[in-house]
Design a protein around this ligand. Structure first.
Ligand code: GUN
Length: 174
């Protein structure tokens, strides 16, 4: 990514480009825009992570509550964001057997009931069986530990989404 070009974006353009690096939280990009100039993509990522970490518990839970369930209602309805669709599809969640879907949806409901936010895992770094396994394991955690785990997964998702933007903007067809 050409950081000079990024640093010259007005806030509308910046939000267009980075508004979904944290799922459905354009306010993150809108806030971080004020931290320009960024020297590198890592610098931009650090600003985003610092902003996330600086949120109170309620703010972190708010970030998580904007994220759709894996293999959930929005996937069935076809209303996922392009990024989430790609991630869920890559993890094999668009081709679940009926039994696998019911199992995941059941565990997702139990998880949400216990923690008050959806189960978040970096889908691109896991496949459907690992996701189901992690969900069953993480549901046993204490709430504070699980809030921490979920936010760390948000950062992994964000990192990969930023890399995608970087790749799309630097690789040009010859
Ligand atoms: N991991 C990567 N993308 C997503 C998503 O859209 N939802 C959840 N819950 N986890 C994810």
């Amino acid at each position: 990514m050409d950081m000079r070009a990024v640093n010259s974006l007005n806030y509308e353009e910046f939000i267009d480009l980075f508004g979904n690096v944290v799922e459905k939280c354009p306010q993150i990009a809108a806030t971080v825009w004020s931290k320009r100039p960024f020297m590198t993509t890592v610098d931009l990522e650090t600003s985003i992570f610092e902003l996330i970490d600086s949120q109170p518990q309620s703010g972190k839970k708010g970030i998580l509550r904007c994220i759709p369930d894996l293999a959930g209602r929005e996937l069935q309805k076809g209303t996922l964001t392009a990024e989430s669709m790609q991630e869920q599809s890559q993890a094999g969640l668009t081709s679940l057997s009926p039994e696998e879907r019911v199992n995941l949806q059941h565990l997702n409901s139990l998880y949400k009931l216990k923690f008050g936010f959806p189960f978040v895992i970096c889908a691109r770094l896991n496949d459907k069986s690992k996701i189901a396994q992690e969900l069953a394991a993480r549901i046993q955690n204490q709430p504070e530990q699980e809030l921490h785990n979920a936010i760390e997964e948000v950062k992994k998702i964000c990192h990969l989404r930023l890399q995608n933007i970087h790749f799309a903007s630097t690789v040009r067809p010859s």
